[in-house]
Design a protein around this ligand. Sequence first.
Ligand code: NDP
Length: 332
Amino acid sequence: AREWHLAARPQGWPVPTDFALVEAPVRTPGPGEILVRNTHLSVDPYMRGRMSARKSYAEPYELDKPMLGGAVGRVVASQAEGFAEGDYVLHFFGWREYATFDAKTSVKVDPNAAPLSTYLGVLGMPGLTAYAGLTRIAEIKAGDVVFVSGAAGAVGGIVGQIAKLKGAARVIGSAGSDEKVKLLVEEYGFDAAFNYKNGPVAEQLQAAAPDGIDVYFDNVGGEHLEAAIEVMNLHGRIVVCGMISQYNATEPTAAPRNLAQIIAKRFRMEGLLVGDHYDLQPKFVEEVSAWVRSGELKYRETVTQGIDSAVDAFLGLLSGDNVGKMLIKLPE
Ligand code: NDP
């Protein structure tokens, strides 16, 4: 079976030669373990951080070892109580075709309750990130004006729609192409959206938010964050979820240069780490899956095929090839 190893730590933008697709033996499960054939692999922006040696909230990937990541797969052999052949599980041993691991580190998922891919997207980690960030960190309330960057991505698209469903007065999104902007307004129901590549973010945001904003859900950092601070209303909230514009930077970045406004405007800025909020999971799944079923919340996925495509999918994610959640589908 094949698995992706980190062959070299990327300097700046990762390149294909930083990765190697390696043939490895499939290990028979021992007591308490299951052998899983992966059907869906996730690629996520945080993985870029794990490719660096610098310690962060997730451990760095080891060189010449299989990388870790979210995945869904089918149990093909089980030595664990409560797990049978044919069950599907959500687990962390992605980036490979087969994995043998302690069953307790996975959770069973029901392919009849929702498409398997959604456990990695709208009903999984990215969905919970959106939900926790808005409800817990931003403490969103009816009447808020909400701005979200990375708005056509896995997290951002859900943020904007949940904000509307929670009574936001106006939801504004930014994304990196005109097609994405069209999707936000026409399909996701955003009130306004702009392509940040079409001109300065500050100008475009000011035009979209004539009365300022109360909440900024930041997926991007840098120029976006500075622009959001500039139009932030009194007692606004900034959820710092991601800063993808800086993940491949080789030098420290400048913006935001206007952070001193936090005093006059008394806004609150707080980092979000989804791992802190898994206690919200049942409430999140109940509320968001109902919106998905009723069609009130729409989601997109960009799916590449086969283990060979995983690195291209990851590199594509960093440069905006995806609409919604970026995934790799492996054969059943
Ligand atoms: P996305 O599906 O949003 O994919 C990443 C997107 O980022 C791309 O599609 C691209 O879209 C955009 N992008 C890339 N470079 C830039 C740039 N320089 N400026 C602006 N946009 C850029 O990924 P996710 O939804 O999974 O993650 C979104 C953010 O949330 C990331 O920053 C991620 O790190 C963070 N995150 C944080 C978590 C936490 O617990 N704190 C948990 C999950 C995610 P475009 O075409 O619009 O440029």
